[in-house]
Design a protein around this ligand. Sequence first.
Ligand SMILES: N[C@@H](CCC(=O)N[C@@H](CS)C(=O)NCC(=O)O)C(=O)O
Length: 204
Amino acid sequence: MKLYYKPGASSLAPHIALHAAGLNFELEKVDTATKITETGADYLGVTAKGYVPALKLASGDILTEAPAILQYIADQNPSSKLAGEAGTLERTRVQEHLNFVSSELHKAYAPFFGKTPLSADERAKIEEGVAKRLSLYETHLSDGRKFLTGDRFTVADAYFFVVVNWSGFVEFDLKKWPNIVAYMERTAKLPAIQEAMKAEGLLN
Ligand SMILES: N[C@@H](CCC(=O)N[C@@H](CS)C(=O)NCC(=O)O)C(=O)O
C-alpha cells in the first residue's frame, strides 16, 4: 500500500492508522498546490479529486475519503481492533464519529487554511463554528472515557486528533475545553502518533 500525504493534513490520520495496525506501507508526499508528488508524478492522475489522503492498494486501486480509508486500514488487521467488527454497535459508533469529524469538524476548520489574511470578522465566524462542535466533544469526553468510543483507541481517534491538532497551526486556543486538552495530551503520546508525526517532520 502507498499513502499519498501532505505533512500534518488529514492524511496524517491514515498514516497513524497504518502504524497502529502494524501494516507495511510506503509514503509519497504531495504538493497539493501544484498537484505534483515528490517523485514528480501528476497527482491528478492518481486521483482527479486532487486532495489527500489517497491510498493506493497492491491491486492498483485508489481509495479516497478519510473515513473510508481509515476503515479499510483497520480491516486489514482486525486484531488491532481499530474500528470494531462490521455490523456491531462498536463499528457503528466509530462510523458515527468518523462522519462527524469529516463532515462537521474538518469542514469547520478548513476555512482557517483558505484565504489569507482572514479579517477579524471572518476569523471570529470560523472560531464560532469550531467552538460549537468542540463543545459537543467536551461534553462527550466528560464521563472520563479515554478515547471517543470508550477506553480503546480507534481510527476515529486518529482523525479527531489530527483535526483538533490543527488548532496549534492556526493559533486557536483550546483552553475552554479542558477535557479535549487532556485527551490531546494523552493521545499525542501513543507510539503510532509519535511515529507518524516524526515521519512527516512534525516532531523531532
Ligand atoms: N473529503 C476529503 C477531504 C480531504 C481534504 O480536505 N484534504 C485536504 C487536506 S486536509 C487537501 O488535500 N487540500 C488540498 C486541495 O484540496 O487542493 C476526505 O475526507 O478525505
